[in-house]
Design a protein. Structure first.
Length: 248
């Protein structure tokens, strides 16, 4: 292929050699890839503006033997409001970590790319907890992870409104009042319904959804466990984000 052009979001950036950077990109053309930006850490590099973290760019890359090489990059959206707000910054870091961990290398997926970009748009507007939960739920759904939220995963009974509910990340769904025991996260009907609504709602209409503080808190804990079980590892940026949000 030689030279190719693609839209790309910068998910990660690491120093490499003296003046280079290794970038993890989510691209429209090749999915998630690791590329090299040569000389980008020199102060006079023309690439600098187009390879920053959390930016959306139009890139020209050259296919190298091992890693593709960024030859030109024009920043399309810098999401500067994310850089100006600590919460939004921590949320964007977490969104990058989620995308990095859930998306396998080299899998082209336009709907995933659209979701990733929509996530940055939302976080640039305003950070709130429901937005982050929505992005987690949408990403899980997009990757095919749909927990059972209607029937008890142990006895199969349809849950009744208002009954005590448990969520088992390992069993992949909710447990009724009689079956909930062992390693379960306590949930309420409201928090289970919120998870279902987040699966269905368009991200642009998120403002219409009302979830109480208690409902959000239960959803937060259930999602944290579920994500960790699916990934088989805890997420590093998630507790950092929580700490920043909770610090007055
Ligand atoms: Zn049951």
């Amino acid at each position: 292929m030689g030279l190719y052009r693609t839209k790309a979001i910068v998910l990660r950036s690491r120093k490499f050699a003296e003046t280079d950077s290794l970038l993890t990109l989510l691209t429209r053309k090749k999915g998630k890839i690791t590329v090299i930006a040569k000389g980008v850490r020199k102060s006079n590099s023309s690439l600098r503006g187009g390879v920053q973290l959390f930016t959306y760019n139009d890139m020209l890359l050259y296919e190298g033997r091992n890693l593709d090489i960024v030859t030109q990059s024009q920043c399309l959206e810098a999401f500067t409001s994310i850089q100006e707000n600590m919460e939004a910054m921590a949320a964007a870091s977490y969104w990058c970590e989620l995308l990095d961990k859930f998306v396998p290398d080299g899998e082209r997926d336009l709907s995933l790319f659209a979701l990733a970009l929509a996530g940055f748009h939302l976080l640039a507007l305003d950070y709130d907890e429901l937005t982050m939960r929505a992005l987690e739920v949408k990403l899980l759904l997009q990757r095919g992870y749909m927990p059972e939220l209607e029937r008890c995963v142990s006895c199969g009974r349809i849950l009744q409104h208002g009954e005590p509910i448990g969520f088992s990340a390992v069993k992949g769904g909710v447990l009724c009042g009689s079956c909930r025991q062992g390693d379960v996260v306590p949930m309420t009907s409201e928090s289970v319904r919120a998870w279902q609504q987040l699966q269905r709602i368009e991200l642009t209409k998120l403002g219409r959804l009302k979830v109480s503080g208690g409902g959000l808190s239960a959803l937060d804990k259930a999602l944290e466990k579920y994500l960790a079980v699916q990934l088989e590892c805890p997420l590093k940026a998630r507790p950092i984000l929580r700490e920043i949000v909770q610090t007055p």
